[in-house]
Design a binder for this molecule. Structure first.
Ligand SMILES: NC(=O)c1ccc[n+]([C@@H]2O[C@H](COP(=O)([O-])OP(=O)(O)OC[C@H]3O[C@@H](n4cnc5c(N)ncnc54)[C@H](OP(=O)(O)O)[C@@H]3O)[C@@H](O)[C@H]2O)c1
Length: 333
């Protein structure tokens, strides 16, 4: 089958379309003909080698962490899906590769595609929507009336997190650049801060939860705007020893993460606040919950640009620019 592959790690590695064997379909797997796959910053981070200690892959590596497509065949133990079903997923992180014609995904990580979405729209959702769910519902356990600050409201995660947080009945603040202010308000945010002109640390106070997806400066400032007992949840690092333990990482790597996160963990503890690093995971059951929110009109995907499959490298470069408004999708069919 045709796939977009890299042959080595490296920031300058562009990737290429090449021929690779069709994926092995295990007993609990569903083979999907890929219609569309969205791009995430994770793809460029994997490409550059940033994740090689946490996610050790082999080459040639097919990139891609989000898929929408049609079921071709199911493994012997699969009961919930059949050929012809339209599905979507964030595949498990040890079996990625959605910039391709086919992928085998664990049935437990898959859900039926929302009926009101095209394949392109559906492909834009799984990884970012599961991230938003795992941060806001599973980790923060947001309650009606609470205040949440979601950084980068115009990004892939931010656009969905704002909609989910509003559905949960919370007061939502976010940041974006000047051009996107009205647009972020239209997504439902109550307060939109123009990060080019304002500093969120002086504008916001007494928040219950922050979703951090930016750098170290924003991470530190996020602690200041939390009320005592507030929860800082970061998806852009630094990872913690708890995360290392949950993934069974080597002792030495756990010590490195302990060191990397000690500053923010100590600061949080000193001020009676909580710090958690979340690394999202595939989850078909949560994706089904997201499907019902999409079908009832609560959440809608935001697609910035669609690239044809031969231009996958351009799609990755665009996401790498950090300027995407919502999601970038590669159309395979
Ligand atoms: N741990 C996990 O499980 C997990 C899961 C998903 C994502 N992530 C990470 O979370 C980060 C965000 O992911 P994403 O998919 O949302 O990225 P993205 O879609 O590429 O984010 C692009 C957006 O970020 C905005 N932005 C850039 N700098 C900003 C700033 N200083 N303040 C406010 N907004 C800013 C840009 O808006 P403007 O053009 O207006 O500047 C743009 O709309 C990435 O680092 C990604 O790797 C982690």
């Amino acid at each position: 089958m045709k796939a977009f592959i890299i042959d080595r790690y490296g920031k300058k590695e562009v990737g290429r379309i090449g021929e690779v064997p069709a994926p092995e379909v295990r007993d609990d797997n569903v083979l999907i003909q890929i219609h569309a796959a969205s791009v995430n910053p994770l793809d460029t981070k994997i490409k550059s080698g940033e994740f090689k200690l946490i996610l050790p892959y082999q080459f040639p590596l097919v990139l891609g962490n989000d898929v929408a497509g049609t079921v071709v065949r199911v493994g012997a133990r699969v009961r919930d899906f059949k050929p012809g079903d339209e599905v979507y997923a964030r595949p498990d992180d040890d079996r990625i590769g959605t910039f391709a014609e086919l992928i085998a995904v664990k049935a437990s990580s898959l859900a039926l595609k929302p009926k009101n979405l095209s394949m392109v729209e559906a492909a834009a959702l799984p990884l970012v929507a599961l991230t938003a769910w795992q941060v806001l519902v599973e980790t923060a356990k947001l309650k009606k009336g609470q205040k949440v600050f979601i950084q980068a409201g115009s990004g892939g995660v931010g656009t969905i997190a704002i909609q989910l947080a509003k559905y949960l009945g919370t007061f939502v603040a976010t940041t974006t650049s000047t051009a996107n202010i009205d647009w972020a308000k239209a997504l439902g945010a109550d307060v939109v801060i123009d990060y080019k002109k304002q500093d969120f640390a002086t504008e916001l106070r007494d928040y219950d939860v922050v979703l951090n997806c930016l750098g170290n400066d924003e991470l530190k400032k996020s602690l200041q705007i939390l009320k005592p007992g507030g929860h800082l949840i970061s998806i852009s690092g630094p990872p913690t020893p708890t995360f290392a333990a949950s993934r069974g990482l080597a002792w030495s790597l756990k010590q490195v993460l302990r060191l990397l996160s000690s500053g923010i963990r100590k600061q949080a503890e000193k001020h009676g606040k909580q710090y958690t690093f979340v690394f999202m995971r595939a989850d078909g059951a949560q994706l089904r919950e997201i499907t019902s929110l999409v079908e009832s009109g609560v959440i809608r995907p935001v697609v910035d640009t669609v690239f044809p499959f031969p231009d996958t490298h351009k799609a990755l470069a665009y996401v790498d620019s950090g300027r995407a408004k919502g999601k970038v999708v590669v159309q395979v069919i």
